[in-house]
Design a binder for this molecule. Sequence first.
Ligand code: UD1
Length: 356
Amino acid sequence: MNVFHIVGARPNFMKVAPVMSALKTRKHVVQSLIHTGQHYDANMSDVFFEELGIPAPDVNLAVGSGSHARQTAEIMSRLEPVLLDGKPDIVLVYGDVNSTVAAALVCAKLGVRVGHVEAGLRSFDRTMPEEINRLVTDQLADLLFTPSEDGDVNLQKEGIPADRIFRVGNVMIDSLVKLLPVAQRQNRNGLPERYTERYALVTLHRPANVDDGVILKRILQSLLEVSQDLSVIFPAHPRTRQRIADFGLHADQLQVLDPLPYLEFLGMQSRATVVITDSGGIQEEATYLGVPCLTLRENTERPITVSLGTNVLVGRDPDKLRSELSRVLAGKGKKGTIPPLWDGHAGERIAALLAG
Ligand code: UD1
């Protein structure tokens, strides 16, 4: 059985690692890894391969950045010959980035079977590029591997036959479960003193939050307020750093860092007083770790992190951020539970479904 995995952007890497590792134990499976090159900086890509133990890609399409249409089209036209040449029996795509939808489209047109890992998530907000990617990918996929029950429900409402849907749990949590002890060891030894204080760990990169100067300025002001109560550690996505510079904004009181490697970020997340983010995956990681998460978005495609986990949607309302932060600082932050099947074995369940 010839399996191709397509990845391209940072949040794909912690998802592919456990699936590849589980499939490696099946003798009749041959795997190839294609990196689209959507993310290309060493600290957005290479370091994740090293730390997660992912083999070097067999092919790198090196598409780089561009508008959505350009990037998606480049991935499609560069991937097509690779699939024609490699003749995979199945292609696995991950998450909701442009690489995911581009690969699913190429496969669908070539008649190659596609499995979507992390299927069924919906924010019901079509202004998010990821929501378009999710909707299209799930319509095209032959096998849909969902992380939680809401995923199954969403897919069935969209007319996906039940026999294509497999609730396997959360593959990203597989990587977390495996590497948390390593991350915590590494952090204890290697961290500057300031990281051992109480701190808020912040990430920010959604276009809706960072591409508008007025909105970004307001968020930075809120974070400045947060920094009066506890230190704010802010590993910034390159896009966010660029926007802060473009709009002539300042974040001097915040500890703005380059994007962090997986292990360092995970270790810091596990010991944070609070996480403030607009990421999808971090809402899930914080839920697993039991760390209060204040999400700077009006909606989430991961509602289980709100219903069962530690996540609170504060949107862009500075008052809500203030009041939720006070609760956390008073020791009254949201206590959650770990959702079913977020147990470190989702990759193994996918491998069993694919290859017995
Ligand atoms: C992408 C995903 C998003 C995911 C995020 C995680 C889509 C539509 N978006 O957003 O879902 O949450 O990755 O990081 O696929 N850049 C660099 N170096 C890099 C990569 C990007 O400097 O290695 C800069 C470039 O200026 C680029 C910008 O970041 O134009 C945006 O990159 P892009 O891949 O288009 O989207 P992300 O914002 O990273």
